[in-house]
Design a protein around this ligand. Sequence first.
Ligand code: DX5
Ligand code: ZN
Length: 216
Amino acid sequence: MEKVIISPSILSADFSKLGIEIEEVKKAGAQWLHIDVMDGHFVPNITIGVPVIKSIRKNTDLILDTHLMIENPENYIESFAKAGSDIITFHYEACKDDKKVRDVIHQIKGYGIKAGLSIKPNTKPESVYQFLNEVDLLLVMTVEPGFGGQEFIHDCALKIPKIKQNAPNNIIIQVDGGINNLTSKICKSLGASSLVAGSYIYKSQDYKKSIENLMQ
Ligand code: DX5
Ligand code: ZN
């Protein structure tokens, strides 16, 4: 099996010492950093914005994996790209039609960075088949987006092989929500190539051990 990419979500980090928390997951073996942006409209929570990403960018060379859980993503792609994101993932459900989805993918790619598209638990995988040749990453949410620390929804993971079958080989299939040492194995066996984990890493005592457990 190919090596899976672990993307620790800073949503569960201690924000009063964010720089240290980021340095620690890097030392623990992470290559990516997952940044959850929420607007209080697309999801019922508000988190991190552009200034925080700019500061993080100045202080780390980790791949910044920005997950936009916001309405009207097209209005914010430029800011999040210029802030230093290496990957920007937005939600299929935040777009009014398929043309909008395509436009936002191209908008992101216009900044020379990777474009990701995400689907919420109630969205059918078939809805995004038409975009699989255009995106670099497809994010399957295994919890309802909005909060860290929720329980993994097993049925959502069954979308992974369906997407894989219909996607080019080099696409990254990422899973986000409720990932721990057990659910990570399910997702990998179904074909996921990147795992986001917030609470499993940041609420643990040993980040290195937790990341190793997810990679096994
Ligand atoms: C949830 C976010 C996740 C969150 C995952 O809406 O997209 O990235 O941080 O947290 P855990 O790993 O605790 O489920
Ligand atoms: Zn996320």
